[in-house]
Every structure is written in C-alpha cells, then in structure tokens.
Design a protein. Structure first.
Length: 159
C-alpha cells in the first residue's frame, strides 16, 4: 500500500489543488491531504474551516483522507509511515521555494522523497491568495474554486 502526503496551507483549497489531489489518487493507494501550518504565513481560514472545505471538495474521491498537523511535516510523514510527499508546481517561480523545502525535508529525513506534479495548463496562474483578493472585492471566483464550496468561500471572504 503506497501512501502519499500532499501538504499545504489550502487557505482555501482551489481548483488547482483539487486537480493535483485527483491526479495523485490515480498514482497512490492513499492520498492524505494535510493542512499544514506555515508559522510565518498569516492565514484567512482556520485549520478547521480549511479541513471542512477540503472534505467537501474531495467527497467524490475514495482514497483521500483529510488531516491537519501543527508541527514539522517530516514528523507527520514518519508517524504515518508514508512513502512520498506530493507537491504541485505551477511555474518556474514555484521551483526555488519548493526545491528548498524538498531538500530541507530530505536533510531532516533521508528517506523522504518529494514528487512534483505539474499543474494543468489552465491552473498555472491560480493561487489561494489570488482567489482571496478577488473574493474580497466581490469578484467572481466561480471558475477558480470547486462548485460545492464556492458560495461558502465567497460569503466568508466578503467584506
Ligand atoms: O501551501 P504552502 O503554503 O506552499 O505550503 C507550505 C507548507 C505548509 C507545506 C510548509 O510550510 C510546511 O511543510 N509546513 C509545516 C512545517 C514544516 O515542516 N516546515 C519545514 C518544511 S521545509
């Protein structure tokens, strides 16, 4: 049984994340989507809210589990005896940051391999912070977030 962990802030989950999750479910027996804490990045949604949105967005996918962890990703990886860490890459601009994290995780735990899935072309520009900005100014985010949570995100971010 091959288990992948897909960690992120998911603040909130977007169609770009959902695309990576659904493609990862075809490659691994189990995909744990982990709401992780980046202590130096302020968030708009609570961990609980982010988990609830992810649960709704992934309800049609069978081999997905949603969890959260307030600690080092690598400690969670070891606890779960996971096989790989999955990350999405949108553009070259993501590469340096993601490369640093993959290297740091590998330094902390030599067995921790990070696998990158490239974003689908229609999602290369998409980010949670862009979705938040558009929603805060009452713009239309329906093309950027899963349909089933679109209204909830819109209402939550409306100023
Ligand atoms: O979606 P993001 O903000 O790019 O995700 C970054 C995240 C949350 C995956 C990263 O900050 C993380 O792994 N946080 C957990 C704490 C940790 O292990 N930090 C060291 C990673 S090098």
């Amino acid at each position: 049984m091959r288990t992948a962990i897909y960690p992120g802030s998911f603040d909130p989950v977007t169609n770009g994340h959902l695309d990576i999750i659904s493609r990862a479910t075809k490659l691994f027996d189990k995909v744990i989507v982990l709401v992780s804490v980046n202590p130096i990045k302020p968030s708009s949604f609570s961990i609980q809210e982010r988990k609830e949105l992810l649960i709704k967005a992934t309800s049609s996918l069978e081999n997905v589990e949603i969890d959260s962890y307030d600690g080092l990703l690598i400690d969670y990886f070891n606890q779960k005896k996971a096989d790989v860490i999955i990350k999405g890459l949108r553009a070259m601009s993501d590469f340096e940051y993601e490369f640093q994290m993959a290297m740091a995780n590998k330094k902390l735990q030599g067995e921790a391999e990070t696998i990158f899935l490239t974003a689908s072309s229609e999602n290369t520009f998409l980010s949670s912070s862009m979705v938040k900005q558009i929603a805060m100014f009452n713009g239309d985010i329906s093309a950027f977030v899963p349909n089933c949570i679109h209204e909830q995100i819109k209402l939550r971010l409306k100023r």
